[in-house]
Design a protein around this ligand. Structure first.
Ligand code: SAM
Length: 375
């Protein structure tokens, strides 16, 4: 038998193990019978999407489509069609799927229309196909053709529905995947891009410069800052038509896979416990930064109820009681219905929508909730 040579130096409680323990105890209760399959997916290789760069010059879309990819936001005909034809509800459609029973029972024609940002293209391999994308190549002008990211991260950007000339704020923007997706709309009038981390903002700048032509990154159009986002309400109130609040969270997938920089490590317990308050402060600041009539999209990449709907509930309450701001929750069910063949959505969430990882569609987790300022 080989002696455990490193036994004395091996970390007793690796952060990834602590994360799994934590998730097993909380998510088995929260997700019930769904948890074992979500757990298996979370512990397996994730699936990426290729966010197409509209500023590139090569026909990357055709190249990827020839390999079997589809642009999930625009290739929805086959997804939406069954529902428009009023096929039976999705409930028994795929035994292994987590698609919501009572939300999918709804006929799309009864759902309020939801506009999605046009021009955001994201290519994915079909359900069950785990082919990996090759790294993007620069074109003759040095511009990269696509950006690899969790395809579910594109959903908050689509749902934000940026319109021509809108002033947009991305409050927690680095390393910039969603910033880049929002820039693909080519509709933004002025774009405020912020992240408190200087090193992560440097990465964001590099990303933008690899994908977007310089004139479009000029100071009149785009401003990159490194402020504490929780203070935004004090600096720039009632200003933006659209605000993305993509908050720091327990990043569930990362926490299960990487011991480095893991929020479940013992020395970060305090920081982890303070997350819901930080998330609430950031969301409230985002709400204040939006103009009346403006829309705010809150998103995380955790399954945690405490970081998702509890934060949104508390923000709606505090905005009304402390700031006199009335908010309306925007129904995102048309979006989940549209994309139910590409992603698995959690069933029966009282507030917001959530992509849950599934072995055949290993995207997410992504939680999102859209709010509209009425006052
Ligand atoms: N939206 C990014 C993207 O799509 O690439 C990911 C954002 S990440 C989930 C959360 C970010 O919030 C981190 O980059 C972190 O530096 C930033 N952050 C943490 N505290 C913040 C604060 N008080 N104000 C602004 N940003 C903050």
């Amino acid at each position: 038998r080989v002696k455990e040579k490193w036994a004395a130096t091996r970390i007793k409680h690796p952060a990834t193990g602590l994360a799994l323990q934590n998730f097993d105890s909380t998510y088995s209760v929260q997700l019930g019978p769904l948890w074992p399959s979500v757990r298996a997916a979370l512990l397996s290789e994730r699936k990426y999407g290729a966010l197409l760069n509209n500023y590139g010059h090569d026909d990357v879309q055709a190249e990827l489509q020839a390999k079997g990819c589809k642009d999930f936001p625009s290739d929805i005909e086959t997804e939406a069609q069954p529902c428009l034809e009023q096929e039976p509800a999705v409930a028994g459609e795929e035994e292994s799927s987590h698609v919501s029973v009572n939300k999918s029972d709804l006929d799309a024609q009864q759902l309020p229309a939801l506009q999605l940002s046009p021009n955001i293209k994201c290519l994915v391999f079909p359900r069950g196909d785990i082919t990996r994308f090759k790294p993007a190549r620069p074109d003759m002008f040095g511009c990269l053709g696509y950006y690899l990211m969790d395809a579910a991260s594109v959903l908050p950007c689509l749902a934000l529905n940026v319109q021509e000339g809108h002033n947009v704020l991305d409050l927690c923007a680095a390393p910039g995947g969603k910033t880049l997706a929002l820039l693909q709309t080519k509709s933004i009038g002025f774009f405020g891009v912020n992240d408190t981390s200087v090193s992560r903002t440097t990465r964001l700048r590099k990303v933008l410069h690899s994908y977007v032509p310089k004139p479009l990154l000029s100071h009149e159009k785009l401003r990159i800052t490194t402020f504490d986002g929780t203070k935004w309400g004090e600096i720039e109130k009632n200003t933006f038509d659209r605000v993305l609040v993509d908050v720091p969270c327990t990043t569930d997938r990362h926490s299960l896979m990487e011991d480095d920089n893991n929020i479940f490590s013992k020395n970060r317990t305090g920081e982890r416990r303070r997350l819901p308050q930080l998330q609430l402060d950031l969301l409230l600041a985002g709400i204040e930064a939006a103009c009346p009539g403006g829309e705010i999209l809150y998103s995380t990449c955790t399954l945690s109820q405490i970081q998702n709907l509890s934060v949104v509930e508390q923000a709606i309450h505090t905005a009304r009681e402390d700031h006199g701001i009335q908010l309306q929750v925007v129904d995102l069910r048309p979006l989940t219905h549209m994309f139910r063949k590409t992603f698995d959505f959690a069933p029966d969430l009282p507030l917001g929508e959530m992509v849950v990882p599934h072995l055949a569609a290993n995207f997410g987790p992504i939680y999102m909730c859209k709010l509209r300022r009425l006052t």
